[in-house]
Design a protein around this ligand. Sequence first.
Ligand code: NAD
Ligand code: WQD
Length: 331
Amino acid sequence: MNILITGAAGYIGSHSTVELIQAGHHIVMLDNLINSHKVSVNCIEKITGKNVPFIECDLRNTVLVESVLRDYMIDAVIHFAGLKSVSESIKYPIEYTANNIQSTISLLIAMKNSNIKTLVFSSSATVYGEPKYLPLDELHPVSAVNPYGRNKLHIEEMLIDLVASDPLWKIISLRYFNPVGAHESGLIGENPIGIPNNLFPFISKVAAGELPYLKVYGGDYPTYDGTGIRDYIHVMDLAEGHLAALRYINKSAGYLTVNLGAGFGVSVLEVIKMYELVSHKKINYEVVERRPGDVAMCYANVDKAKLFLNWTPKRNLNAMCASAWYFQNKL
Ligand code: NAD
Ligand code: WQD
């Protein structure tokens, strides 16, 4: 298939691009590089040995997006592009909505005008808000607890309306849990600009000696070791999930929401221990106050992904930490 990948230079987009190219798809990458670097395009070409067209463009430029869809005879779109920081979204709610909602509307208009009606959308487990039960399945009630989550919910609702208005649309919203790790080549991975907010890139910098110690946010949660529990999923498992979603969507119609997670929870202390094991480095840490907005536990039920997409995650915590560390050492 000819596939347009929006946000393709970013963390999850770049790994998924590699996976899809290796599965034989023809990819066109689109990104405005607001949170990524063009060098990831070169890395993707190096890994795959293929030339990959890259369009540097803001998704809100509907006319340009439409011409890309037509010129490259695109069959389907995977829509990763967006701003993704919860804390930033609380600080800049208008900018987040202006980017995330307007770019999705622009993409959908361009797709509609070009009669391309197959879409995979990057949603997030954040739409579940405070868990009422665990593991979180797709029937768990949704609620927006921050502007970023509100953007994701709003987009999911737009997509439901779109499919209801025209049954030729085929759309899957994939709700990712906590993507971590890197491609085995060590050429692409997660390298946020500035001081990382998320656990894995922060630990990588501590292990590398670039940051002095990790603050463990909360040691008094009602969990087995008092620290927060999350569902970390290897980014290459996630990339394979997109391939599986495309396979499914080709044989079906309508709208589907699917969790993509590992299906089990891991505590912050367990991540630290595993990272120390694979890196042979001491991860200095200090347990501090809980981070506002954090929940004690969040992990997925991934039965629906198995049932509908025939996808199950394969990589364990060791592989997640080892690949993150290998990538860190290649920076
Ligand atoms: P990322 O920031 O690495 O990648 C997103 C890419 O989108 C960036 O390269 C950025 O430059 C681009 N972009 C942003 N706005 C754009 C616009 N208007 N036009 C064109 N390009 C634009 O983030 P990621 O971690 O790869 O996340 C990809 C998607 O997955 C996002 O939609 C994010 O909300 C979602 N998601 C991420 C996580 C996570 O923890 N990483 C979890 C759940 C969901
Ligand atoms: C993981 C655990 C922290 C940093 C976020 C978004 C979510 C989704 C994925 C986009 C928690 C603890 C962290 C640190 C720590 N993104 N931690 N010290 O918050 O689960 O999820 O990314 O959709 O919407 O909210 O991920 O990696 O920040 O935190 O102790 O310096 O690590 O308290 O228990 P989070 P995270």
